[in-house]
Write a protein that binds this ligand. Structure first.
Ligand code: ADP
Ligand code: MG
Length: 398
């Protein structure tokens, strides 16, 4: 797909540019605990500012359900934003109307203002065209830099793109280019790793992936569900037994599409869900006892999966191979992640990963920086892996 980007925006000096960002930051005791989303948006904001635009930042925060709620005001994250940008940022407690108009009048070229939480207005989540028009009335250009909110058709993520000239910001652009490389026009063979715990909500992803990739590597609770569907007794493992027929359908579709599905044949099991349990052992998948649960793929299985990965040129990864938060059940995920990172460093693999726990696992493995691209978007990344069109992205199409 082609989309409009900042390179196409022309002269913005003196123009009012609305920039949709993701400032839905985690907070604890009134303090922002993690600011990577602000750092992701900073290049776009500072680039527009340097070009002389009056920058109005637009974002949602929490779930205030269409009404003002002081505990979910974006004013709370203003200090964190000021700190990352290294600039003074004016706070405006509205998103449309005269107060915003007055603020725009006060801003000089290159100045930055943060508007209030878009979700205080019910028209935001309803994608009300009147709200989009009212927001647009105080601006000249719309830039969307929030890929993580692009799976929602809201006034600030989609509606505005229809009433103002619309462009992708730098972080949106990087995300779209990385995703296009991984599944749009990937260099073959392509591998997908899908693991983790949210089995039922990720089966849609698998249905789409088997038509796109050459190797599908399944791990985590997802693998247990497939093993059970194939008649393996998985004991007390995290497993959704009622999904057996869906698993069969996916395996059949994979077969038809020429996609090789890899399941671990050796696993690490325990009788209890804890770190370094006394009952820890590694066994063949057919030897899991009724009172045991599978918590990771075994080392020999991971080696076989790594060998499959070595034949591939592109990798997309969502979901850890095991319960990586507890030693030693992180070993499988860490080993496979290290292989992917080494292949990427060598230049033989393009690797893209996304998902909250997946990204945490890659950081834990110490290889997040070695992947080609790490997506910070949770829901939007998964919808994209499902092959769905994201409304916020579609609206930016050139
Ligand atoms: P993501 O956030 O990357 O999309 P998920 O939320 O689907 O990933 O899954 C991550 C969780 O899956 C982790 O908390 C991990 O402990 C858990 N998990 C992975 N494998 C197993 C397993 N075999 N048994 C129980 N939990 C598992
Ligand atoms: Mg998760």
């Amino acid at each position: 797909m082609t989309f409009r980007k900042l390179d196409d925006i022309g002269d913005v000096a003196g123009k009012v540019v609305l920039v949709r960002v993701d400032f839905n930051l985690p907070m604890q005791d009134g303090q922002v605990t993690e600011d990577s989303r602000v750092r992701a948006a900073a290049p776009t904001i500072l680039e527009l500012s340097a070009k002389g635009a009056k920058v109005l930042l637009l974002a949602h925060f929490g779930r205030p359900k269409g009404a003002r709620d002081a505990s979910q005001s974006l004013a709370l994250v203003l200090p964190a934003i000021t700190k990352v940008l290294g600039r003074e940022v004016m706070f405006v407690p509205e998103i449309a109307g005269d107060i915003v108009k007055q603020a725009v009048g006060i801003l000089g070229n290159g100045d930055i203002a943060l508007l209030e939480n878009t979700r205080f207005w019910p028209g935001e989540e309803k994608n009300n065209p009147a709200l989009a028009k009212a927001i647009a009335a105080n601006a000249d250009i719309y830039v969307n830099d929030a890929f993580s909110a692009a799976h929602r058709a809201h006034a600030s993520t989609e509606g505005l793109a229809h009433v103002l000239p619309a462009y992708a910001g730098r972080s949106m652009q990087a995300e779209l280019e990385a995703l296009e490389k991984a599944l749009g026009q990937p260099v073959k063979p392509v591998a997908a790793v899908v693991g983790g715990a949210k089995v039922s909500s990720k089966l849609g992803v698998l249905t789409h992936l088997v038509t796109k990739v050459d190797h599908l590597i399944i791990g985590g609770g997802m693998a247990n569900t497939f093993l059970a569907a194939r008649g393996v007794d998985v004991g007390k493992s995290l497993c959704e037994h009622d999904l057996a027929s869906t698993c069969e359908e996916i395996l059949e579709a994979a077969d038809k599409a020429g996609c090789t599905v890899h399941l671990p044949y050796e696993v690490v099991v325990s009788k209890t869900f804890e770190a370094n349990p006394p009952s820890l052992r590694t066994c063949n998948v057919h030897e899991v006892a009724a009172d045991e649960m599978i918590l990771d793929a075994g080392p020999a299985a991971i080696e076989a999966l790594s060998d499959a990965l070595k034949t591939c040129r592109t990798l997309v990864w969502n979901g850890p191979m095991g319960a990586f938060e507890m030693a030693p059940f992180d070993a499988g995920t860490v080993a496979l992640a290290k292989t992917a990172a080494a292949l990427t460093k060598e230049g033989s693999l393009v690797s893209v990963a996304g998902g909250g726990d997946t990204v945490a696992a890659l950081h834990h493995a110490g290889v997040a920086g070695d992947f080609s691209y790490i997506s910070t978007a949770g829901g939007a990344f998964l919808e994209w892996m499902e092959g769905r069109e994201l409304p916020g992205v579609k609206a930016l199409e050139a």
